[in-house]
Structures are given as structure tokens and as C-alpha cells.
Design a protein around this ligand. Structure first.
Ligand code: GRF
Length: 192
């Protein structure tokens, strides 16, 4: 699992009773990230790969992939990982990288998804779990769930409502992925 921040999605996976997958490594680009503390409390090995220690995105991506492979992981689960991985990651882990995004993709890709939904005045936004491809917040969609936007919402309130959904959707998707129940046909993911 790759995370840069608070790691509440990591916690949801750690707490899931029937994930059917072993979490073998939590990797962060941010030393001291709360996600790393959560991993340590759960007895999961951690690793830090700092962006500043690498000359470019390709070198950073190689280091991340090597650490993931070295831990014996067969897939990556991204949650709030604030660095874009280069194409080597897609090559080495084809359809084996999951990400979660706080909007109904393809609406509002990028880091300001919650703020942009509010700025745009949408009545419904939501959560997307998707496979990672070469473009940001773009790969085949695994699952989505709509979340209403209320008139008095601010970004924090809306994000909290989105996260409550994330913490249910992500463990379900990871469990299906780990059980080999996700079949990818082009851009379509079929649940078996
Ligand atoms: C989540 O809202 C996720 O959708 C976005 O980053 C956030 C990470 O939250 N990509 P957390 O670190 O899991 O609490």
C-alpha cells in the first residue's frame, strides 16, 4: 500500500475482516506520515522513498517498484499517494495498481477534486476506485458510489462524507481484486 498522508483508507484495509490479501508493505514518500505510524502499530513493514532523493520521475518510479517487488507484493494499492508514478510502474504491474479518488471520474480528476465539486455546484459527487494506467485518475473503473452535496457543505464536511464511503468501497474492491474476481476488458471491469 502506498500513502502520503493520514492513511485512513489504510486503516480501513487493516481493519477489514475478510480482505483475503496480505498487506506486506506500506510505502510513503513522506517520512513520518501518519500512514506509516498506522502500519507500524499494525506490525506491517514500512519503507520511505523520498521524491527529493531521486533525479527524476523515472528514477523515483524504479525505486518504488523495486521496494514493492522486494517486499514480495504482487500489486499496489494507492490511497492518498501524492506522487505520480512513471510508466515503468504500469509495465511492471499491469492492471495491478489500484487507486481511490474522491469524485465520480471522469469528473474532477487531480488533487482538488473535492474543492472543484463544490466550486462547480454539483448536487452529487462520489468515490471512484480504479485501476491505474498511464494517465492520472484515468484507468478502468472498478467501482463507484454517489455521495450527495448539501448546500452548507464545505470541503472538510464533504470530504468526511466521501471518506466514510471510501472506507467501505476500498476494502470491497481490494477483496474482489485479491480473489481474482475482477476481469478487465478494455476500459470495462467486470465483477465475477
Ligand atoms: C482519499 O480521500 C483519497 O480519495 C484521496 O486521498 C485521500 C487519502 O486519505 N486520493 P487517507 O490518507 O486514506 O485518509
Amino acid at each position: 500500500m502506498l500513502a502520503s498522508g493520514s492513511g485512513t483508507n489504510l486503516q480501513a484495509l487493516l481493519d477489514a475482516p475478510d480482505l483475503g490479501a496480505d498487506l506486506v508493505l506500506v510505502l510513503s514518500d513522506v517520512p513520518g506520515a501518519r500512514a506509516l505510524e498506522r502500519a507500524e502499530s499494525a506490525g506491517i513493514p514500512t519503507s520511505v522513498v523520498r521524491w527529493a532523493d531521486h533525479r527524476d520521475r523515472a528514477a523515483f518510479t524504479t525505486a518504488v517498484c523495486d521496494a514493492v517487488e522486494g517486499a514480495g507484493a504482487e500489486a499496489m494499492v494507492l490511497a492518498g499517494f501524492m506522487r505520480i508514478l512513471g510508466e515503468e510502474a504500469i509495465r511492471r504491474f499491469p492492471n495491478r495498481i489500484l487507486n481511490i479518488h474522491p469524485a465520480l471520474l471522469p469528473a474532477f480528476p487531480g488533487v482538488r477534486a473535492v474543492e472543484q465539486a463544490l466550486e462547480h455546484g454539483v448536487k452529487v459527487t462520489g468515490v471512484t476506485v480504479h485501476l491505474v494506467d498511464e494517465q492520472v485518475d484515468h484507468g478502468p473503473i472498478v467501482s463507484q458510489e454517489a455521495v450527495p452535496v448539501f448546500p452548507d457543505d464545505d470541503a472538510d464536511r464533504l470530504h468526511a462524507r466521501l471518506q466514510a464511503v471510501e472506507h467501505r468501497l476500498y476494502p470491497e474492491a481490494v477483496a474482489a481484486f485479491a480473489a481474482g474476481r475482477l476481469e478487465v476488458r478494455g476500459r470495462t471491469v467486470i465483477w465475477r
